[in-house]
Design a protein around this ligand. Structure first.
Ligand code: ZN
Length: 250
C-alpha cells in the first residue's frame, strides 16, 4: 500500500508539471497577443501623428505659395500705381495696396505660428519614436521569453506523457480510477496531511483518521475535499525523502 501511495504521489508530481505546462500553453499566447496589440496601438498613434504633421506641412506650403502670390500682386500694384494719373483711381488703388499689405502681414504671422507648431510636432514625434523603439525592443524580448516558455512547455508536455504512462502502469486500476475522478474535479488530487490538517483544504482531520494515516495501510480521503491524504513520514522512508525533495523541483 505504501508503494501504491508513493506511486500516486509520483503521478501527482507529473500531473502538477502537466497542469503547469498547460497553463503556460494557454496563457503565453494570449500574453503575446496582448503585447502585439500594445505595440500596434502605439504604432497607429505614431502614424496618426506623422499624418497630422504631413498635413500641416502641406498646409504651410500652400500658405507660403499664397504669400508669394500676394507679394507678387503687391509688386504689380505698386508698378501700376506709378502710372495712374487719376487721383480717385490712385487713392482706390492705394487702399487696395494697404489691405493687400495687411493680408500679407496676417499670413506671415500665421505661417510663423504654423512653423512653431511644426517644430513642436517634430520634437514630440521624435520623442514618441524613441519611446516606440524602446517599447518595441522590450516587447520583442518579452515575446522571445514567452515563446521560449511555450516551447519548453510543449517539450515538457511531450516528455511528461511518457512519464505519466509509466507512473500509471504500476498503480492499481481501482485506485487509479479514483485518483482520476478526484483529479478531474480538484487539483492536486493527493495531498499531505500535516499537523492533523489536510493541506489541500486546510481542514482538521479527526484524530482517529490521522492515526490511521501513520500506518499508511489504507487509502484515506479528506472528509471535506475528498482528496487522497497521506503522511509523508509514513509513506516515504527518510532515505528517499531527499530524493523526493529534489525531484519535486521544476
Ligand atoms: Zn481536504
Amino acid at each position: 500500500m505504501k508503494e501504491q501511495l508513493r506511486r500516486l504521489v509520483e503521478l501527482q508530481k507529473v500531473d502538477d508539471l502537466l497542469i503547469d505546462a498547460n497553463r503556460t500553453l494557454k496563457s503565453a499566447p494570449v500574453q503575446i497577443e496582448e503585447l502585439d496589440e500594445q505595440l500596434n496601438k502605439f504604432l497607429s498613434m505614431l502614424n496618426k501623428e506623422k499624418e497630422h504633421l504631413e498635413e500641416t506641412l502641406v498646409w504651410q506650403r500652400s500658405q507660403e505659395q499664397f504669400l508669394k502670390e500676394e507679394q507678387d500682386r503687391i509688386q504689380k500694384t505698386k508698378q501700376q500705381l506709378q502710372q495712374v494719373k487719376n487721383a480717385r483711381e490712385y487713392s482706390a488703388m492705394q487702399r487696395q495696396l494697404e489691405s493687400a499689405k495687411k493680408a500679407v502681414g496676417d499670413r506671415e504671422e500665421e505661417i510663423l505660428r504654423v512653423l512653431g507648431a511644426i517644430e513642436e510636432s517634430r520634437a514630440t514625434l521624435k520623442r514618441h519614436e524613441e519611446e516606440f523603439n524602446a517599447l518595441e525592443k522590450e516587447i520583442l524580448e518579452q515575446k522571445d521569453d514567452l515563446q521560449k516558455e511555450i516551447d519548453e512547455a510543449k517539450a515538457k508536455k511531450e516528455s511528461m506523457a511518457a512519464r505519466r504512462k509509466e507512473a500509471c502502469s504500476d498503480i492499481d486500476d481501482k485506485y487509479l480510477m479514483q485518483f482520476e475522478r478526484i483529479a478531474d474535479r480538484i487539483q492536486p488530487a493527493i495531498v499531505e496531511a500535516v499537523d492533523g490538517v489536510c493541506t489541500g483544504c486546510h481542514m482538521s482531520i479527526r484524530p482517529q483518521q490521522y492515526n490511521v494515516l501513520h500506518s499508511a495501510d489504507t487509502f484515506e480521503q479528506c472528509p471535506r475535499c475528498q482528496r487522497f491524504i497521506y503522511l509523508k513520514s509514513a509513506v516515504f522512508d527518510e532515505d528517499d525523502e531527499d530524493e523526493e525533495e529534489t525531484s519535486s523541483e521544476e
